[in-house]
Write a protein that binds this ligand. Sequence first.
Ligand SMILES: *Cc1c(COP(=O)(O)O)cnc(C)c1O
Length: 401
Amino acid sequence: MKNYFKQYPDANGFFKEYGGAFLPPDLIEEMNRITDAYHSISKSHNFISELRSIRKHFQGRPTPVYFCQNLSAKYGGRIYLKREDLNHTGAHKLNHCMGEALLAKHLGKKKLIAETGAGQHGVALATAAAYFGLECEIHMGEVDIAKEHPNVVRMKILGATVVPVTHGLKTLKEAVDSAFGAYLKDTATTLYCIGSVVGPHPFPMMVRDFQRVVGIEAQAQFFEMTGEEPDHVVACVGGGSNAMGIFSGYIENKEVKLHGVEPGGISNKKGDHASTLTYGKPGVLHGFKSYLLQDEKGEPDPVYSVASGLDYPSVGPEHSMLKDMERVNYEVANDEETIDAFFELSRLEGIIPALESAHAVAYAMKLATKNPQKSILINLSGRGDKDLDFVVDTYGLPEDR
Ligand SMILES: *Cc1c(COP(=O)(O)O)cnc(C)c1O
């Protein structure tokens, strides 16, 4: 695994057989332009020092690594959290949104465009657009607009235009189609900003590179605290950006075991989960090849997760490669285990996790019980304020459970 980041992806954006850009020729040209610009601009002194300053003064980085004394005492092991919930806007997503927006500024673009499902990516991108004084257009399915009202309001307050998508199932997949269509009409002044390590090349690479700060910080902080590397590193996987962020700090060190946790939902029946790497097969969706939950015709399956940030039928192509290489172990946490972990971390440590992140905590708790001598570092990708109404309406307060 030496020189991992030089090897993957290759010049055409492939992680072994996964990734690439499966697109019409005019869009391939546009992707090539973004790739070239990214390679030259992201290495410039100006870009690096500006991003470094933004991370420190605007985002509040570095985020701390925290030892969970009470959780460890109850479940075993030594459990630590990388606190991405303390990153500005309450999740890791701003790490790549600020990078993408800074790239747009250096490219002389005027506008950022993206889709959003639950609205988390939309809010992070609207924040980045406000910071840089760029226009922002967020495409969102009508169903999600109704479900995620607070995030719609947040985006509007931050100055973004929210475009309702009214065709098909009116959720994330249609929002991606709509945003891409709008982007194609105006590639000269606009940059499309994807919300995870998915989509055509160069996005899986760029988003990973912007998230690497999480792994670089965590490795140094954990080592300073303990004098060693963690035995296990755990992160939830939707598209896979927060996981690639923390994994990248350890990927070249095979002694550290890496675990990606997928949303197991209600059951392993089709439509009841979004465990792409566990139950999917390779296929192409949204311009890239990766594991995909699909029917016999290659149409994406419906997906479900209690955490709306995790319900995507595909996954970042780098994760597909890491699964085949057996460098990362992919596991599932179901809704019930996730809700338990949500309440346990809140009560024992005073930290309310995002439901997405609670999947990682749930798996880590099981791992700790089985390996009481080992240390476990979890990427706590976000805070749970956004989930409180849903959790209490659906599962009640702890005293009612
Ligand atoms: C969006 C989101 C995720 C899932 O995205 P990845 O690209 O898989 O990291 C996880 N946690 C939180 C808090 C999110 O908002």
